[in-house]
Design a protein around this ligand. Structure first.
Ligand SMILES: O=C(O)C(=O)CO
Length: 356
């Protein structure tokens, strides 16, 4: 056999061996074909354990802390039945077409699903699982921490202390704004908005206001919080906390109009999605002293480039989207997403499913 022929034979053998191996991988111990799923990242152990122990599916994974490159995702989804994804993956017609008609379930390890085209899923009859509730407390806690960091100038003050800017105790130095007797406005009174209000109440907040797509009297009375328009929220609040989902209605809702009506002592906090805020307008409001300070856990894009003007402002605290980042919360999210995926593959009701 000539060298070329030999190489061709070797390639054919390897390819055929790969197909045999692949078929073996995609069967369970009873020899039955099992669904193939793709997991787009390293996920917390509780989620992985549930997927492995189910023995219900053959798992392929992007085994990295960093997002799967788009080209790799498009390749890997071909022929899968289930997709376990994160908020960093845009799941649109291109991905769904690459997956093909075998795809039955998408499960995202997030409460937000603005990265997924619901319309495209619906068109193809694909079900969607998500992870509400399990992260509510962690996100609310971080929202309070961020609010305090921005309003009491924690990062600025700590930096001064560390770098020799701490001269002596000065009556007018590093003064911020406190929650006692304040009015707090919540944009989006869902589970997280309510949890934030509950946590802020013991700080002595005088009045809670909220704006939502429609009034939510049942939850609002438990705080209590008054329903107002966006303009009233802007004018009356000492603190505005954004807790709404990113939808076509909320895209860019925090803009020049909102910031220009806010008090110049007011603090703006966002732990929902960066797309809710017009960042150029926010930057101008912070630079021009239209508002006192901002705390952002989410930005557009993410990560926010290190040379972004918002990073240059003393009165803006930017965190790298860590609101749900506690060990137990991330494990709970991973487990819920895994259980949703498995339920979907079995054709059963998911614990948390987005109605399409
Ligand atoms: O679950 C989500 O949507 C997040 O933003 C994670 O904190």
């Amino acid at each position: 056999m000539g060298t070329l022929c030999h190489l061709k034979w070797l390639k054919k053998t390897l390819v055929s061996d790969f197909h045999t191996w692949w078929k073996l991988q995609a069967t369970n111990t009873t020899g039955k074909q099992v669904p193939r799923i793709y997991v787009t990242r390293q996920i917390p152990p509780d989620g992985m354990k549930i997927l492995h122990q189910s023995r219900l599916c053959h798992i392929e994974q992007w085994d990295s802390e960093d997002p799967v490159p788009r080209s790799e995702l498009l390749k890997k989804v071909a022929g899968i039945q289930g997709l376990y994804c994160l908020l960093t993956e845009k799941i649109d017609a291109e991905v769904l077409d690459a997956a093909g008609p075998s795809l039955k379930v998408v499960s995202t390890m997030s409460v937000g699903y603005d990265h997924i085209s619901l319309q495209e899923l619906k068109k193809r009859g694909i079900r969607l699982g998500y992870t509400p509730d399990v992260l509510t407390e962690a996100v609310a806690e971080l929202t309070v921490a961020l609010l305090l960091a921005a309003s009491r100038r924690l990062l600025e003050a700590a930096e001064k202390a560390k770098t020799g800017g701490w001269g002596t105790w000065k009556p007018l130095w590093m003064c911020g704004h406190g929650l006692t007797d304040s009015t707090v406005g919540i944009l989006g009174l869902g589970r997280i908005g309510v949890a934030v209000a509950t946590r802020l109440k013991p700080f002595g907040v005088k009045r809670f206001l909220y704006t939502d797509m429609s009034a939510r009297p049942e939850v609002a009375t438990s705080i209590p919080a008054d329903s107002v328009t966006v303009d009233e929220l802007a004018r009356l609040s000492d603190f505005i906390v954004v807790c709404c989902a990113l939808t076509p209605e909320t895209q860019g809702i925090c803009n020049k109009s909102l910031f220009s009506q806010m008090k110049d002592t007011a603090i703006f906090v966002n732990t929902s999605r960066g797309g809710v805020v017009n960042q150029d307008d926010l930057y101008q409001a912070l630079v021009n002293g239209q508002i006192a300070a901002a705390g952002l856990d989410v930005t557009e894009p993410e990560p926010l480039p290190t040379d972004h003007p918002l990073f240059k402002l003393k009165n803006c605290v930017v965190l790298p989207h860590i609101a749900s980042a506690t060990v137990s919360t991330r494990n709970a999210m991973a487990a819920l997403a895994a259980n949703n995926l498995l339920a979907g593959l079995r054709g059963e009701a998911m614990e948390k499913e987005v109605p399409l």
